[in-house]
Design a protein around this ligand. Structure first.
Ligand code: RB5
Length: 149
């Protein structure tokens, strides 16, 4: 499994915990930055990770900012991306089972590194259920087709 990760300065506090968890699961990880606590703009890192996943070169991604919100909003502007902000393990699990989220977004000012690890594990180990949920994802794709040119 190839996983792209990226964050801004607000999310960097979670990065080493997320990397550790991904490595435990044998993931091949590419870190698209940022690499320091200097202030940066989260859309730049959202775009790097979202394009990496949408291109098919990576299976999925983890993005982090202060809340997880800004970076997920930006990532969701890339066609084919389903980026979900998760603040607990239930959300991590359900966003794979029902939404087949290909990126999860975490907030460095919202959750602890240990919580981030648990959420990433819940998401990685859950299985997409398909069925009625695929019908809903197809409807999301139809919205993309209507509005993404
Ligand atoms: C950066 O200060 C902060 O706005 C960003 O990390 C994120 O929380 C935005 O949603």
């Amino acid at each position: 499994m190839r996983v792209a990760i990226g964050c801004d300065h607000g999310g960097i506090v979670l990065k080493s915990a997320v990397l550790e968890t991904l490595q435990e699961y044998g993931a091949e990880v590419e870190d698209f930055g940022t690499y320091s606590e200097a202030s940066v703009d989260y859309p730049d890192y959202a775009l790097k990770v979202a394009e990496a996943v949408a291109s098919g070169k990576f299976d999925c991604g983890v993005i982090m900012c202060g809340t997880g919100i800004g970076i997920s909003i930006a990532a969701n502007k890339v066609k084919g991306i389903r980026a979900a902000v998760c603040t607990n393990t239930f959300m991590g699990e359900m966003t794979k089972r029902h939404n087949n989220a290909n990126i999860i977004a975490l907030g460095g000012r919202v959750i602890t590194p240990d919580e981030a690890k648990a959420i990433v594990k819940a998401w990685l180990t859950a299985e997409y259920e398909g069925g009625r949920h695929q019908n809903r994802l197809d409807k999301i794709s139809q919205i993309e087709d209507k509005y993404f040119k």
